[in-house]
Design a binder for this molecule. Structure first.
Ligand SMILES: *Cc1c(COP(=O)(O)O)cnc(C)c1O
Length: 226
């Protein structure tokens, strides 16, 4: 299938098949179509094909598309957010996946308070401790979760991970499992639910679903190579 609609249908079918293998309800997995670098017209095509959620990794690029598309789509910020851009992001995204340090969390909280809103967020983890990646490492994930839970204008929904580059989906699987374990431990420790696990991309989203992903972030399988 060469159309965006056809590729979307294929990705949805693969998510559903992974859910069946894992005994999960497909309604429990949200597909975020990662539309970074794609034009507003291409995103509109996906929206018209029934795709409601889109992920962008740069605030400025996202805001232009949000304004171009108008009401309807739900937008997710999946890329690193600089503290000095927090004020532009707050309130514009249904979910910000990339809370990676306390100072960013406090700044977002302050900006959300000022707007009188509550911003839904995820804590981004970097459980492998890769120097090239943002996110809380294995030791700092729980303290960051505890800190974010103390902020009244942020609503912490769960955790996100971009695992280390892997030769196969099965090589990424242990990181998905670890994210779930870290979430379970943080939920037990804090008494909060933390329902969302944002994990899985084009090369490994089926393994992520089998390991409990509630949000998959898929770009190339939907829009083609960037
Ligand atoms: C680009 C990106 C994705 C999507 O990657 P694909 O390989 O195109 O599916 C998912 N998550 C994040 C954080 C990204 O930056």
């Amino acid at each position: 299938m060469n159309s965006v609609g056809g590729r979307l249908a294929a990705v949805r079918a693969r998510v559903e098949a992974a859910c069946r293998r894992a005994g999960r309800d497909p309604a429990g997995v949200a597909l975020v179509a990662v539309s970074k670098t794609m034009s507003a017209a291409t995103i509109r095509e996906a929206y018209d094909a029934g795709q409601a959620r889109f992920g962008e990794n740069r605030v400025q690029e996202a805001l232009e598309k949000i304004d171009a598309l108008g009401p309807g789509p739900e937008w997710h910020l999946i890329g690193h957010l600089q503290r000095n851009k927090a004020r532009h992001a707050v309130g514009r995204f249904a979910l910000i996946h990339s809370i990676d340090d306390v100072d960013l969390a406090r700044e977002l909280d302050r900006r959300a308070l000022r707007l009188g809103i509550v911003q839904k967020v995820l804590v981004q983890t970097n459980l492998a401790g890769e120097a090239s990646k943002h996110g809380a490492d294995a030791e700092s994930a729980l303290p960051l979760v505890e800190e974010v839970l103390r902020l009244d204008a942020l609503d912490l929904q769960g955790l996100m991970i971009i695992p280390p580059p892997a030769a196969s989906p099965d090589a990424a699987r242990p990181w998905f499992r670890r994210l779930r374990e870290v979430r379970d431990a943080a939920a037990a420790r804090t008494g909060r639910e933390l329902p969302e696990l944002s994990m899985g991309m084009t090369d490994d989203f089926e393994a992520a679903v089998e390991e409990g992903a509630t949000i998959v972030r898929v770009g190339r399988a939907i829009f083609g190579e960037r």
